[in-house]
Design a protein around this ligand. Structure first.
Ligand SMILES: Nc1ncnc2c1ncn2[C@@H]1O[C@H](COP(=O)(O)OP(=O)(O)OP(=O)(O)O)[C@@H](O)[C@H]1O
Ligand SMILES: [Mg+2]
Length: 323
């Protein structure tokens, strides 16, 4: 019995039940249930202010929940947060390096704080692994955005944590650096590290093994990216027209249309679950009366569609910071 319980805990790195946090009148995190399997890259997707950082801070033991239970790596949090500290890495949303220390000095400092054994060898390996071999003395403040994120990741894993919390690690870096950063994350996961990574970028979310989608403090969807998008099969249309903006408002008023977003010169339409063939016909009829030729294609659903479907908000509109 005891052994079975242990195994269960081994395979679930993070478990939260009814996790809530209130700041005065604001319910920032609202009864979130979360299971993060070990050795996976688990995404935490939500728009600005949805409660991602607040949740991560509670899971790390840095912020006390108003309500709910947390178990991380078999430890009760926040009660056993002290024992957790050496087993996790945390890359905060705000840049977490000492800008007036060199690359190597940053890692030396973090190694000292974490009490890393054989620190010089570990630092050599990280400098090599994260491609800082010829920049060891460069001041961290003078690195490019992508290099800073790479150094911050090296710092977060210096003590070889079992579990890594990354809070929007790539929000300030270019696509090429992001791709490389994500390759580093998968390599860490392959070597046994569990990763919880928050993002508001749909292309990043698509890469995760599993995703938790939150909106206004609530968990609104959970699953693999393909399961989440697969559930919307048959509900997404792409329209090509000469004047898409003129169509956008008209279509939003059509019953059964949940969202209409302009993507380049096309419009992407998401139909409600119960809209069915009739919903599609209503869209086509509305287009026919709009007086411009329109090409209608069925397209594969993506995670932005998932977000619109589960929240009712069109994340692709003017929402601040959403991609
Ligand atoms: N210490 C605090 N005191 C008061 N309100 C707070 C505090 N920390 C967070 N909040 C509020 O809680 C809500 C959730 O914030 P949080 O930082 O968790 O969101 P987020 O999803 O990380 O957003 P972002 O994508 O912008 O980083 C926000 O409305 C925020 O203003
Ligand atoms: Mg945040």
């Amino acid at each position: 019995m005891q052994a079975a319980t242990m195994n269960l805990h081994d395979d679930i790195a993070i478990r939260a039940r009814g996790l809530s946090r209130r700041f005065g009148a604001l319910q920032a995190v609202d009864r979130i249930d979360l299971d993060v399997p070990a050795r996976q890259v688990h995404g935490f997707l939500g728009p600005n202010g949805s409660g991602k950082s607040t949740t991560i801070r509670m899971l790390c033991g840095l912020l006390t929940p108003s309500q709910g239970q947390i178990e991380v790596l078999g430890l009760r949090i926040p009660e056993q947060a002290e024992a957790l500290r050496s087993r996790i890495g945390y890359m905060t949303q705000k840049f977490s390096l000492f800008e007036d220390l060199g690359v190597r000095e940053n890692l030396e400092f973090l190694a000292a704080i974490q009490g890393v054994q054989a620190a010089p060898a570990r630092i050599d390996a990280l400098l090599e692994r994260y491609r800082f071999g010829d920049r060891q003395r460069q001041l961290a403040g003078t690195l490019s955005g992508g290099q800073k994120q790479r150094l911050a990741l090296a710092g977060a894993v210096i003590h070889e944590p079992e579990l890594l919390f990354l809070d929007e690690p790539t929000s300030a870096v270019d696509p090429e650096s992001r791709r490389e950063f994500w390759e580093n994350l998968f390599e860490l996961a392959d070597s046994g590290t569990t990763i919880l990574v928050s993002t508001h970028l749909m292309d990043e979310a698509e890469r995760c093994h599993r995703l938790a989608v939150i909106d206004r403090g609530r968990l609104v969807a959970e699953g693999t990216p393909s399961a989440l998008t697969g559930a919307l099969q048959g509900r997404t249309l792409r329209l090509r027209a000469a004047d898409p903006r003129a169509l956008q408002r008209r279509l939003l008023a059509v019953p059964g249309v949940l969202g209409v977003a302009q993507v380049g010169t096309a419009l992407r339409v998401l139909l409600a679950a119960d809209a069915g063939a009739a919903g599609r016909q209503r869209v086509v009829a509305e287009l026919a009366s709009a007086g411009q030729p329109v090409q209608v294609d069925d397209v594969a659903p993506n995670l932005e569609d998932v977000f619109v479907a589960v929240t009712g908000n069109d994340a692709r509109g003017a929402g601040e910071g959403r991609a």
